[in-house]
Structures are given as C-alpha cells and as structure tokens.
Design a protein around this ligand. Sequence first.
Ligand SMILES: [Zn+2]
Length: 314
Amino acid sequence: MQNKLAHTSEHAFIGSLQKLMGKTLNVRKVEHRDYDNLVLITAKDIEVDSVIEAEREVNSLISQGRRVIIHSFGSLAEAKSHLPNLRANEDRIGRNNQVRVVEIEGHDLAACVMDHAANLKECGFFLITRMNRIGSDYEIDFVVSDAANNHAIDLSYKLLKICTETGANYNTVEETVKKLKQTNILHLEKLRKLTEEVLNNIEPEPTRNAGPCIISGTFTGLLDEQVREFASRKISESNLVVVLANLNSELDSMANVVFARSDSLFNIDCNRMFKEIASECGRGGGKSNFVTGVIRRENVGEFISTIVMMVATK
Ligand SMILES: [Zn+2]
C-alpha cells in the first residue's frame, strides 16, 4: 500500500521538477524501502529551491485530488504520437511492445507497469526528507502518508529543540546558526594563533653535547590540530625531538600527545618507544618519526620525562 502511494507521488514529483527545470529528467532508480523512498536522478544541477517548490506543487495536486488515469497503446511510437510529452525509458519498454501510460491528471505522463493509486489524494502528504549529490547523481529521499506526517512532527520537534539550544526562534534560527558558525571560526583562528605563540616560546633543551634537542611540555586548552602542525613543521629542522601533551579542558581524563623527531635522528623509533611507554596508560601510534595518541592525564608527566630520558641516551 505504502509503495503504491509513494510510487504514485514520485510520478507527480518528477513531473513537477521537470516543469520547474524546463527539461526531461533522467530518473535512474526509484527505491521503496521500509521507512522511506529514494529517487535517483542524473542531472548537472538540481537546486534545493526547485526540489522544495516541486514538493509544494505535489502537495497542492494531492489536495486538489488529481486523478491517476491509465492509458494503453500498442507501441511506444503510438503512445508518443498521442502523448508527445510522454516520459518513457525506451530501453526498458522496447519499441514494439504494449505500452501502459500513467497520467497524473493534466500534470504528468509516464510509461510505467507498476501499481498506482487511483487518485493522488490517497497519498495524503508528500515530504522530502533528504537531498544529497553523489558525483553526477542526486539522491532524493521522500516519505508519504502517515510516514510523512510523523516525519513532519519529528522535524518540528527537532527545530524547537535547536531553537531552545541556540536561543533563536523559528524566524531567526538560520541566521543564529550562521553567526555561531562564524564566531566558532573566529575563535578557532584566535586559538590557533595563541597555540602557535605558546609553542614558539618553548626553548629547545639540549640533552648533551651535540645530542638531540628536545621541545617538550604539557598544556591545557591548546588547539590539537595546531600542536600536530607545529610538531610536523619543527621536525624539518635537524637534531630535534618534539614531545607535547595537551588536555582539551581541565576536566579531561586523557591528554592528546604528539611525539616526533627530525629525519637526522633515525636511531630514534618514535612508534616503538611510544608503544613501550604507553602500553599501560594510553594508546596511539604512527610512523618511526611521528606518533600521535592519548595518555591518561595522571601519567602524562611520567610519559614525557621517560621519553626525554630515553632520547638523551640515544
Ligand atoms: Zn509508475
């Protein structure tokens, strides 16, 4: 039942979308699944506004109670001579076979052998739930009838929760989310600069005469991404080991750590050393010259001092 209704509304939807876009669409696949339906369209560019406009028209056609009329023809050529706007997959139908044409009254004509509702009204409500572009295909998910009602209620519930979380209302929520995103980008940029400043202030400590120098430290609230970036940049210098730990907040139980060394220090295998030291108190891994991982906060001090000690003896 659900499939029949979903399938009929799909005819109406493609009909609407074609009219809005002013061209015939190549529908590659229609899938009716347990909870929703998918239509796969090959097209260069489908605007989300057109999809929503088509959705609006389908619901208007449902309200109007457009009939679903079945026509039969002896061949595709005969069908096309009567109905020039017919949508038909010629490869699938064959030129000389009987053709069954499904008309959404005054709206869309498509050759199809599947079951359909007798009237679009039976579909109740048609709702688009997702749109996603994959290569040259657009996947559009939709639901009809009770599933559409339930999904609409879920959507309204989610939106109300988003409004509560962001302190916005229905009219301002989009603008509020955009502002939050922009503010987040600005804060990240500030944190990136701050992280860079803090790390640049660490004096590399020599382990012994002509031995490797070490940049080490434990921090709270730095930007992990920038800590890793700093380490990978520093090891392009020679004779340098970097071992840094960062807790994202005072409450974190694990610190993110990075342990890396210059190419010239090939006798230091960061990956092996890390795994030896961290086996009981953390996890992670990487290459012989660059390792990332996490270490329990109470073990961070010992972890760094052990690495410093081991590097000094290499
Ligand atoms: Zn059909």
